[in-house]
Structures are given as C-alpha cells and as structure tokens.
Ligand binder design. Structure first.
Ligand code: IMP
Ligand code: MG
Length: 174
C-alpha cells in the first residue's frame, strides 16, 4: 500500500457533492416508490451507503457478489453469481448500484440475470464509467463520473483488496 504510487482524482468533497446530486435525481425518478437497491459487492458498498442516505424516498437494500474469471485488473467476461441477493424482485423496482463499469461485461451479465426475474423496472447506477473501454455496449441510467482509461482505487474500489477504505478516489500512477 505504501508503495502504491497514486494521486487524487476525485476528492471526498467533490464525491459528496456528486453523490447528493445523483440521490436527488434518483429520488425524483422514483418519487412515491420504494426501490430495491442492489449493491454489487464489494466495490459498491461505500458508494451505496452514501447514496441511499441521501435519498428522499424509502428503499430496501440487498447485495450480490459476482466473480469474473480473469487475472488481476482485467475481467474475462465469464461472470458467475458468487452470492445472490435474498429479496424477491418480481414486480418490483430494482436499482443496481455498482462501483465502476469498464468493459461492460459484468453489468451486462447482471442486468440479464435480474431481468429474467421479471422486476417491474430495472436500472443501473454506477459511480464511475470508463466509457472508452467497452467491449460490449452498456449504458448506465445514472453515472457519478466518466473517466478515461487508467486504474482507480479508494471509495470502495480496490487494487488486489488494497485501498478500498480511502475516502478519496485515486488514480494509480505507473
Ligand atoms: P467490467 O466487467 O469490465 O465492466 O468490470 C467491472 C469491474 O471491474 C468492476 O466492478 C470493478 O470491480 C473492476 N474494475 C474495473 N476497473 C477498475 C478500476 O479502475 N479500479 C478498481 N476496479 C476496477
Ligand atoms: Mg466490482
């Protein structure tokens, strides 16, 4: 960790402001409703915790954990459900919360998997979007920040399980 060469990309103040904006938008869109917010473990847990506490609507909370077979920082596209959510979602409004969309493979898989359970609506909120790196088309309904290529850590995001606990988002320098 000490040896990781990195610099701040988004400070906690910038993040807080953007998360509150997202929460406002989501609260408006789901006004009168009570979505099931599904966090993707582990990366989304901090973002999700901040996001739901800024919502002006009630919500239910659940989590899923996915595993993608690949090495290091590259996902292979072969995604499996490692831990499923517990709540039934048929006929419900579901909002997936994920830390980052990169190739799009993970979220495409998850959206397809949850769509099969016949929710009333299914949307995706990502904290970060590396738009230029898509291998398959994927568009999130809500995006915190769009970033260029490069590996980021902090605010829940890790590099080999390191740096999740940091309050700011950092970009790793070569
Ligand atoms: P995708 O299937 O390529 O879109 O992969 C998305 C997943 O890769 C995210 O859920 C992250 O776990 C991981 N990931 C991609 N880029 C980064 C990054 O810059 N930092 C930390 N995790 C990343
Ligand atoms: Mg992840």
């Amino acid at each position: 960790m000490e040896s990781m060469n990195k610099e701040v990309l988004f400070s906690r103040e910038i993040i807080d402001r953007r998360v509150r904006e997202l929460a406002e938008e989501i609260s408006g869109d789901y006004a009168g409703g009570e979505p099931i917010v599904v966090g993707v473990l582990k990366g989304a847990f901090i973002f999700m915790a901040d996001l739901i506490r800024s919502l002006r609507i009630p919500c239910k909370v659940d989590f899923m954990q996915l595993a993608s077979y690949g090495s290091g920082t590259v996902s292979s596209g072969e995604v499996v459900i490692k831990k499923d959510m517990g709540l039934p979602i048929a006929g419900k409004d579901v909002l997936i919360v994920e830390d980052i969309v990169d190739t799009g493979l993970t979220l495409s898989f998850l959206v397809k998997a949850l769509q099969d359970r016949a929710p009333r609506s299914l949307k995706v909120c990502v904290f970060l979007d590396k738009k230029m790196r898509r291998k398959i088309p994927f568009a999130a309904d809500y995006t915190g920040f769009t970033i260029d290529d490069g590996f980021v850590v902090g605010y829940g995001l890790d590099f080999n399980e390191q740096a999740r606990f940091l309050s700011d988002v950092y970009i790793i320098k070569a």
